[in-house]
Every structure is written in structure tokens, then in C-alpha cells.
Design a protein around this ligand. Structure first.
Ligand code: MN3
Length: 200
């Protein structure tokens, strides 16, 4: 399969004022598109041509840095658009996910604080995550295009902390962006869907 840029699941204005049309236009139309284009070029003629995106990400990690960076970022952004929705975030978390957050991560408030802290302390570009490892939820962070897949875990929520994700709207205030993400943008229903698939 070749990589293809997905449409945003909402309009470019839908996440304002927490994420602007201008940010989504640059981030989705330019940055994500570049990962798709470069990834397709780098995939040609490799042993991973025809494999699933997940297999390409896991297989190329540590073996083909150029392909991995672009495939990893394609995977991350495919989910990132779905990890947000208008009027998302906050504490209205579906029951099965909420129960897992309470038992594995010490409750919703602690989870939100730990997730935002992971994003704020990721030095340079990268992502912060909720992931399922050995059947339990964990909080983690990764540099650049890496994600929990290459560390034996399944990502269920990620926030892009590359500057291109927040600099137009928040300038250097990454912690304010992370707070807006957890309080107003997260699509908890999609997070629960991925969580339930990961623990099945
Ligand atoms: Mn990005």
C-alpha cells in the first residue's frame, strides 16, 4: 500500500480557538502531506513495500531512519486528527476508559497532569502518549517521529509537541497548548475505542 493523506474529520475552523484554521492548514496540508510524499518515495523498492503502515513503522525502526521518520509521522498524524474533536477534552470520559485510568494511572486529574508534564518535558520535537503496555495504561514520551509501537506498546492517545503543532497559536507556550489539548480537544470516545481494541 502507499501512504495517502486522510481528510480532516472536521472543518478547519472546528477546533478554534484552541487550534486555529491556520495551524490546521499548515499542519495537515503541508507537514502531514510532506510525510506522505517523502514516505512514499522512500518506501519504493524496500522490503516493506506492500506492508501495512504499522508493519512498516515497526519494521523500519532502527533499520531505515528516513523511511521510519516519515512512516512514523504518517501513523502519528493519522491518529492525531482523530484524537481531537470540537468540544472535546475535559472529564467526560467513557466508563471503561475512565475505570482503567482510575486503576492504572491514579485518576483523571493525575493522568491529565502526567500527560501534560510528559509533553512539556519532551526536549525538542516529539510526542507525549497514553499507551497500553502489558494490558495496563502508561504515560510516556518519545522524540521526533517515534511512538509507543516501537517500544512494545499500543498508542491510545498522543499529542504532537513539535513546534509546528502550536507555535502559530501559542508561540513558545507549550504547556498552555497541552492544557488546551486535554481540557478542550481530546476525543475521549476515540481513545476508548483504541483502548478496548488494545486490551482485547
Ligand atoms: Mn506534526
Amino acid at each position: 500500500m502507499s501512504f495517502k493523506l486522510p481528510d480532516l474529520p472536521y472543518s478547519y475552523d472546528a477546533l478554534a480557538p484552541y487550534m486555529s484554521r491556520e495551524t490546521l492548514e499548515y499542519h495537515h496540508d503541508k507537514h502531514h502531506m510532506a510525510y506522505v510524499t517523502n514516505g512514499n518515495n522512500l518506501l519504493k523498492g524496500t522490503e516493506w513495500e506492500g506492508k501495512s503502515l504499522e508493519d512498516i513503522v515497526k519494521g523500519s525502526f532502527g533499520k531505515n531512519a528516513g523511511l521510519f521518520n516519515n512512516a512514523g509521522q504518517h501513523y502519528n498524524h493519522n491518529h492525531f486528527w482523530q484524537w481531537m474533536k470540537p468540544n472535546g477534552g475535559g472529564d467526560k470520559i467513557p466508563g471503561k476508559l475512565k475505570a482503567a485510568i482510575d486503576s492504572d494511572l491514579g485518576g483523571v486529574e493525575k493522568m491529565k497532569a502526567d500527560f501534560a508534564q510528559a509533553g512539556a518535558t519532551q526536549f525538542g520535537s516529539g510526542w507525549c502518549w497514553l499507551a497500553v503496555k502489558d494490558g495496563k495504561l502508561i504515560v510516556s514520551k518519545t522524540p521526533n517521529g517515534e511512538n509507543p509501537l516501537v517500544h512494545g506498546a499500543t498508542p491510545v492517545l498522543g499529542c504532537d509537541v513539535w513546534e509546528h503543532s502550536y507555535y502559530i497559536d501559542y508561540r513558545n507556550r507549550r504547556p498552555d497548548y497541552l492544557k488546551a489539548f486535554v481540557d478542550h480537544l481530546v476525543n475521549w470516545e476515540y481513545v476508548e475505542q483504541l483502548y478496548l481494541a488494545a486490551v482485547k
